[in-house]
Design a protein around this ligand. Structure first.
Ligand SMILES: Cc1ccc(O)c(S)c1
Ligand SMILES: [Zn+2]
Length: 258
């Protein structure tokens, strides 16, 4: 099979051929249906502590644009539904070619123009790769933030300003060491959906504790347009790099809010 992508000949409908788990019972993303979620008063506050990275790249890997430090630096996620500390690994984006599509998760069927994923791995494993292969839904913890068009996002501006430098697949650029990743997050990480799921790209491993925030982040129209200028590994606009929702099967979606 041609390398996986989001085109007609290599998109989500084809992924099961190389990754049979694509048809598993714990796949992501899902449609978050408010009438079917359940408030869980036992969900603790989430704490993300991100230390500025001295050596990080912003890259185009052919299917997303991604902030990738060269090594861990103590940036970590704890609390919420998580039983242990998770180490920060990378963040990346999924987006559409217009404002009516682009997010992976949906809320009552509504898609946002984009979705930002902060990926963390369970620190009881020796590495990210081991965490992905560790089996069960506690290998990774991914924070999902919807993006909607509105005011310019000053915290994301150092990243969106780099997008023109990684227009083509396989390109990367060094991120200035004063980039403050913590500033991207809302002051308090409250009001989220959480459920057991998978990576939304091959290998689609069912190793993810998903934490999707109810409140979208805002980015300007110009920042959204920057994403839409990125080219994928097939030489086409990368917009549309989102997987459609998967069946919930017998999973429960819990919320930290009523
Ligand atoms: C580890 C990882 C890689 C790519 C993704 O889209 C997600 S959601 C997670
Ligand atoms: Zn993702």
């Amino acid at each position: 099979m041609a390398p996986w992508g989001y085109e007609k000949d290599n998109g989500p409908a084809h992924w099961h051929k190389d990754c049979p788990i694509a048809n598993g019972k714990n796949q992501s993303p899902i449609d978050l249906i408010n009438g079917e979620v359940k408030y869980d008063s036992g969900l603790k506050p989430l704490t993300a502590k991100y230390v500025p990275f001295s050596d990080a790249k912003f890259l185009n890997n052919g299917h997303s644009v991604q902030f990738q430090p060269s090594a861990g630096n103590g940036s970590e996620l704890t609390g919420g539904p998580l039983a242990v500390k998770y180490n920060f690994e990378q963040f990346h984006f999924h987006w559409g070619n217009n404002d009516t599509e682009g997010s992976e998760h949906r809320v009552d069927g509504k898609m946002y123009p984009a979705e930002l994923h902060f990926v963390h791995w369970n620190s009881t494993n020796p590495s990210f790769k081991d965490a992905v292969g560790s089996g069960g839904p506690n290998g990774l913890a991914v924070l999902g933030f919807f993006l909607k068009v509105g005011a310019e996002n000053a915290a994301l501006k150092p990243i969106t300003d780099l997008i023109p430098k990684v227009k083509d697949a396989g390109t990367s650029v060094t991120v200035p060491s004063n980039f403050d990743m913590q500033a991207i997050l809302p002051a308090t990480l409250t009001d989220y959906y959480t459920y057991d799921g998978s990576l939304t790209t091959p290998p689609l491993a069912e190793c993810v504790k998903w934490i999707v925030f109810k409140q979208p982040l805002e980015v300007s129209a110009a920042q959204m347009e920057a994403f839409r200028s990125v080219i994928n590994r097939d030489g086409k606009p990368m917009g549309g790099n989102y997987r459609p929702p998967c069946p919930l099967h017998d999973r429960a979606v819990k919320t930290s809010f009523k």
